[in-house]
Ligand binder design. Structure first.
Ligand SMILES: Nc1nc2c(c(=O)[nH]1)N[C@H]1C(S)=C(S)[C@@H](COP(=O)(O)O)O[C@H]1N2
Ligand SMILES: [Mo]
Length: 438
């Protein structure tokens, strides 16, 4: 039995984000009703009125000319934001750094798009340096005409762009239950979201004339030191797989697959082969290392499940989250991300009492297919110890399971790939927010 069977439940009514047609007005009402996120300032007596009554100082920046434009350098965030960056795992001692990963600071990400400099990285043999002028993507196997595409060839096709999340199947694998994993960056940071630009993979298969009768699987292989490769069912390749050369409005970063990668919407990050150099069409899968020794799931019957492709519905609260400190009791807005590799998020429930009661959060538009979705819920913290968590539902009716539910359907408890369990944060009377699973 999969967690999917266990948690299927119908949803009668779900608020659609388009109900927020006049979002500005609904947000204004939220603040007017006293549920002000800026409650701290009011409490200390430094309200807007108080500020107005005083003299408004003219800052030094008003009295001098600013820095001039330098078109020769790539634009960077403010130096005051230098603390916002990817980090490596704090719980896994990695001696050689070739097989390595870095995590996205999700608690510092406004909106749904992860900037390229903060997009998580995962690679098995370091980041190769590939000259696009020399790079070639070949397609062969069960095709009428094997072909080679240069980057110029690929860029000549009309482009298409799609917003999708990317999540490593190991997100939560090594780090969740370790006390050292105090922040949401450490517990969930192998997750990012971008607008991907490229062409449908089906165009290359069509160009080569694949054997439509017998072809069942397609191999994609990278040009890095690990020659990382995966077998993908041809239906998925034809449906929505993309050959991607750009993300978030610029060419891919070297760490994310420059100059060209495969991108498979909603599926575990491992199948989105970076530095793509070869596509081979076949009638069967290859049973590669990443399909046998790795990225498989231990089942209670003693067997390992192969090809657990889709990243099932999941969510996490990012504010307040681990490492943050509440500024005293009062009004807060709980915020977080929800996503599903099987479709769109239709609802997110939030608990503030450790799962005894749940309340439906509001979803922020846009709510897109296989994409990060923001949720939020107003909350009055009474200063007592609290345990907060979120539970997402997607448009297939699937409900995010608890960690205990997952442990029941996996043979090895605590060390699992594809971990989408409900994740709690605890809040102490002093306002300290901590990982409540560790
Ligand atoms: N060629 C190649 N592709 C690869 C990998 C790799 O090591 N080599 N790592 C995979 C894994 S495990 C993940 S989670 C994603 C990570 O993509 P990102 O680094 O752009 O976030 O790339 C996948 N594609
Ligand atoms: Mo991964």
């Amino acid at each position: 039995m999969s967690t999917k069977d266990m948690h299927q439940r119908p949803r009668s009514s779900t608020r659609s984000p388009s109900d927020d047609a006049d979002e500005f007005e609904s947000r204004r009402q939220f603040l007017r009703s006293g549920l002000a996120v800026a409650g701290a300032a009011v409490a200390t007596g430094a309200g807007m009125g108080a500020a107005q009554a005083q003299k408004i100082e003219v800052p030094p920046s008003n009295k001098e000319m600013g820095r001039i434009i330098d078109p020769k350098v790539y634009g960077m965030p403010s130096k005051y934001e230098a603390h916002v960056k990817r980090n490596r795992t704090d719980v896994f001692v990695n001696k050689q750094n070739w097989s390595d990963w870095s995590m996205t600071p999700l608690h510092q990400q406004p909106g749904i798009i992860t900037p390229n400099g903060l997009f998580f990285e995962r690679h098995h043999a370091g980041i190769p340096d590939i000259d696009p002028a020399k790079h070639v993507v070949a397609i062969h196997g069960m095709v009428k005409q094997p072909m080679k595409f240069t980057m110029d060839n690929l860029l000549r096709y009309p482009s298409m762009s799609r917003f999708h999340f990317l999540e490593c199947s190991g997100n939560g694998l090594t780090d969740w239950k370790k006390a050292a994993s105090s922040t949401v960056q450490q517990t969930h940071g192998l997750l990012s979201c971008a607008q991907w630009t490229g062409i449908p993979a089906s165009w290359l298969l069509d160009a080569a004339g694949f054997d439509e009768k017998n072809a069942k699987w397609v191999l994609f292989e990278g040009a890095d030191g690990s020659a990382h490769a995966r077998s993908i069912p041809i239906e998925k390749v034809m449906k929505d797989a993309m050959i991607v050369y750009a993300m978030n409005g610029e060419m891919l970063r070297p760490e994310n697959g420059y100059p060209v990668r495969l991108f498979i919407p909603g599926w575990e990050g491992n199948v989105s082969i970076k530095w793509l150099r070869r596509i081979k069409v076949s009638d069967q899968p290859w049973h590669l290392r990443s399909e046998t020794a790795r990225y498989t799931d231990p089942m209670p019957n003693g067997k390992w499940r192969q090809f657990s492709f889709a990243m099932e519905c999941k969510s996490v609260i990012t504010r307040p989250s681990g490492g943050m400190k509440m500024a005293g009791k009062g009004h807060y807005e709980i915020e977080g991300f929800a996503w599903s590799g099987n479709g769109t998020v239709t609802a997110v429930d939030v608990t503030t009492d450790g799962g005894k009661t749940w309340q439906e959060a509001a979803l922020e538009a846009p709510v897109l297919d296989k994409c990060l979705t923001r949720f939020r819920m107003p909350w009055v913290w009474d200063g007592a110890p609290a345990k907060i968590a979120s539970r997402a539902v997607d448009n297939t009716g699937y409900v995010q399971p608890t960690v205990a539910d997952i442990d029941k359907v996996r043979a090895i408890v605590g060390f699992v790939q594809h971990h989408n369990g409900i994740f709690p944060w605890s809040i102490s009377p002093e306002g300290e927010v901590k990982n409540a699973i560790a």
